[in-house]
Design a protein around this ligand. Structure first.
Ligand code: DAH
Length: 339
């Protein structure tokens, strides 16, 4: 009996000393200490041991059990530590390594100008209104007093879906939608894309951006228009910017004007940007035509107003001395990231 116990101890010790995997440890525990294990089998045979020898054998059996249990625990801790070290080795993180640089995008220069213009007018109490890019003939032409023979209606100039549905050619139709849906006083700007059947070159694109402005109230005069646009030019181009109103014709305003701003490059002295004149045209404007007011349901005897519209590409090109409009649409990050 004693020999058997010693043998079990010896075997178990050997087995545990040799290299073992963590999951095999449990098998060893079962093999030696489990209910059907070797040590248990020996203890079951205690009946055949002489009574006077029993205490000694019992003591030895306990010793052997504790011994094996101790060895298993020790081995388990060793293996766990080893596994952890291995894991740490594999998952090494070098906190001194430089991080991956995240490239942050920039706002597109047209968007930037748009927001700048919006903010200037928001500061003067205007609201920003959304328009629609697909319009009917009524909103794009008729309601703006562009008669059936107006050249802008030509198939060569406008993108038509059907005879009466088209991509808007300017942002002016938003004036009409606003007048139809809001009661005066109205003070709004409406930015967005507009479409014309133009070939792409350094100054033309079939898609470009405009921002429209509309003010309707009692007693609005041309003086209000001049004041608003002079203030706008100063805010956008700097305090030295002056504006000049040249008489012009638009069907939806009367009187109408084109506005020049003193050249931002030469301060009005004359350079190759302004063609030596000292002035650069930036927008069209005028007093809203009584017919346009009337068609939109506003009484021209009670109310008057002014409107203006400008191209955002043109203003952005001026602001940053960009000479080719195509740069805006090519989305070359070397260009875009400069703004
Ligand atoms: N819609 C004109 C265009 O696209 C620009 C314009 C001129 C808008 C005069 C206006 C205005 O509101 O009063 O050329």
């Amino acid at each position: 009996m004693q020999e058997k116990l010693e043998k079990i101890r010896e075997q178990a010790t050997k087995a545990l000393e040799s290299e073992t995997l963590l999951k095999e440890l449990e098998d060893l525990r079962v093999q030696y200490l489990g209910k059907k294990g070797e040590l248990t089998a020996v203890l079951r045979g205690m009946g055949s041991v002489e009574p006077e020898e029993r205490p000694a054998i019992g003591k030895l059996a306990n010793e052997v059990r504790e011994n094996i249990e101790g060895l298993i625990d020790k081995k388990k801790k060793e293996l766990e530590k080893l596994a952890q070290e291995q894991q740490l080795d594999e998952e090494v993180i070098d906190v001194t390594m430089p991080g991956k640089k995240i490239r942050i995008g920039k706002m597109h220069p047209i968007q930037k100008t748009q927001e700048e213009v919006e903010n200037i007018f928001l500061g003067m109490g205007y609201e920003v209104v959304d328009g629609r890019e697909v319009e009917t003939g009524y909103y794009n032409f008729d309601a703006l007093n562009l008669g059936p023979d107006h050249p802008a209606r030509d198939e060569q100039d406008t993108f038509y879906f059907t005879r009466d549905m088209m991509l808007r050619t300017c942002t002016s139709p938003v004036q009409v939608h606003t007048m139809e849906s809001q009661k005066p006083p109205i003070r709004m700007v409406a930015p967005g894309k507009v479409y014309r059947s133009d070939e792409v070159d350094a100054t033309h694109s079939p898609v470009f951006h405009q921002i429209e402005g509309l003010v309707i109230d009692k007693d609005i005069t041309f003086g209000d228009l001049k004041g608003a646009l002079a203030e706008f030019a100063k805010s956008l181009f700097g305090d030295k910017a002056k504006v000049k109103f040249r008489p012009h014709y638009f069907p939806f305003t009367e009187p109408s004007a084109e506005v020049d701003v003193s050249c931002v490059m030469c301060d009005g002295k004359g350079c190759n940007i302004c063609g030596g004149t000292g002035w650069i045209e930036i927008l069209g404007c005028g007093m809203v035509h009584p017919k346009v007011l009337e068609m939109a349901g506003i009484d021209p005897e009670v109310y008057s107003g002014f409107a203006f519209g400008m191209g955002l590409e043109r203003i952005t090109m001026l602001k940053y001395s960009i000479h080719d409009l195509r740069l805006f649409y090519e989305n070359d990050v070397r260009f875009i990231s400069q703004f």
